[in-house]
Design a protein around this ligand. Sequence first.
Ligand SMILES: Nc1nc2c(ncn2[C@@H]2O[C@H](COP(=O)(O)OP(=O)(O)OP(=O)(O)O)[C@@H](O)[C@H]2O)c(=O)[nH]1
Length: 396
Amino acid sequence: MDDVDNLWTFLIVGVVILALGIGFAVSLLRGRGGPEREVEAPTRPAPRLDREAPEDTGAPTPGGGTVTTEAPEETLPPVVEPVPTIERPESARGRLQRLRARLARSNSALGKGLLALLSRGRLDEEAWEDVEDTLIASDLGVEATEELIASLRTKVKIDGTTDEATVREWLREDLLRLVQPDMDRRIASSRVGTRPAVILVVGVNGTGKTTTVGKLARVLVAEDRDVLLGAADTFRAAAADQLDTWGARVGVPTVRSDREGADPAAVAFDAVKAGIEQEVDVVIIDTAGRLHNKVDLMNELGKVKRVVEKQSEIDEVLLVLDATTGQNGLQQAKVFSEAVNVTGIVLTKLDGTAKGGIVVAVQRQLGVPVKLVGLGEGPDDLAPFDPEEFVDAILE
Ligand SMILES: Nc1nc2c(ncn2[C@@H]2O[C@H](COP(=O)(O)OP(=O)(O)OP(=O)(O)O)[C@@H](O)[C@H]2O)c(=O)[nH]1
């Protein structure tokens, strides 16, 4: 029996050991299976990382240089080189007709005032004084005013009528005579023999001198002249740039100095030289007017004149005056005419003043004609002066 008991004991212990062994083996197997799933987990997002990569590099981070630089390139407008377009300026003929409304707007007060006074019936001394005041206020000048009143008084006395249409006709006649329609208002702009015409433009800065040179270039280009500009206003660096721009718009070259404060006479000389070499029709020279006193002005303009004349005569000296400055403008006219031989006047800003009488006053003072009038800031708002159009605009 003892042997049987021992055998059972061995069997039970063996089964228990076997069971423990199996249990251990299973637990081992389980332990290995867990980590396998955990490893798989991080491998799954990998494709997601691949998709996100472009988004990451697109972010404006230092590492994403190429993408960052590419992005704005896509949004920037393409760089287009400006193609220079040559403008075709408006023909000079008929410009005053187009601009007449501006002239009339500012000066019709004068015309209307005179017509109202003269056609109101009995003209006593007080009425004539009012006529005189109106004329003086238009900057006509004392002498011209007295002449005009004397003529009108005679007509009223002889005719006895103060009918508006008749008075208008009298005024037209008398004003026209004062504006001197017989003066030669042509501008020297054709070649003289084998050289170009040379125009010097003078005047105090701020009167519209530089813009007038640019606008005059357009007037002459419209008349099929071959033009060259000289930027001898070296006092203000921007003046040369301004002129350059005006010229470029109509295909006209500008001779200038790169150095601010360069000798104006040297620039004028170079411009005329270039004009002769390039066989242009006309050279227009802008000069400086910002001078401290009359002696400086005389010296500078005198030098420009002398130096230019080493190569060519000066055919035209245009004095630019601002019509709004009245007596001041007349004073400038006097000073400039003592320094150079002024051959024509350009009255600018006539659109902004009711003082159209300055045309008469300045012509009388200098004995030279108003050749051009400025009637606005537009590039083609400079017109050849036409006495009839001018008087008609006043009496409109
Ligand atoms: N309303 C009006 N403005 C004008 C006329 N002519 C010129 N101007 C203006 O006057 C101003 C002065 O003109 P500029 O040509 O620069 O004068 P400038 O005499 O050359 O003076 P700087 O440029 O200082 O040398 C500008 O704003 C012009 O547009 C005109 O006829 N009518």
